[in-house]
Design a binder for this molecule. Structure first.
Ligand code: HEC
Length: 135
């Protein structure tokens, strides 16, 4: 009897854990509307980029920062205009806020929501967009 309750208890614990994990992944970014648009100031964003992003994504945004060499999955190259033009503001925002895995990318792209203010996330995205777009 004791053994059975132990088995049941562990099964419950495992399913609770699986549920909370899948919830976190599956629902990351669910709060962000499909047509979400970033309104940031690139002139502010450049300072954030230099401080936090440049070491991986590179001064010129081409993904060759000083830390890039150690990464198996290389940082996104923002100068690939064709590829980056297809990425929506929503995806950029969720990726920067919640980290790479939230948009199916490398976990080495860490979440920035605990480091940057909401507006700072918009500002840095507005800055990186200059690497592939004119606006
Ligand atoms: C430790 C290295 C590292 C740092 C620091 C870093 N990134 Fe990344 N970034 C990555 C990697 C690795 C990827 C994922 C590439 C892949 O999976 O193809 C990525 C992906 C991204 C993407 C997704 C691009 C796409 O193709 O959709 C965006 C946007 C991005 N980073 C922005 C930023 C911003 C903004 C910062 C600074 C706040 C930053 N990154 C800091 C390594 C880094």
């Amino acid at each position: 009897m004791k053994r059975i309750s132990l088995v049941i208890a562990s099964l419950l614990a495992v399913s609770a854990l699986t549920f909370s994990l899948s919830r976190n992944l599956a629902f990351a970014g669910d709060d962000v509307p499909e047509d979400f648009k970033v309104k940031g100031d690139p002139d502010e964003g450049i300072f954030i980029y230099k401080q936090y992003c440049k070491k991986c994504h590179g001064k010129k945004g081409d993904g060759t920062g000083t830390m890039a060499a150690d990464l198996v999955i290389k940082p996104a190259n923002f100068t690939e205009v064709e590829k980056m033009s297809k990425v929506t503001d929503r995806e950029l925002y969720i990726g920067v806020r919640d980290g790479g895995p939230a948009i199916g990318k490398s976990e080495k792209m860490t979440p920035w929501k605990d480091v940057l203010e909401e507006q700072e996330i918009y500002d840095v995205i507005s800055y990186i967009k200059l690497f592939w777009a004119d606006e």
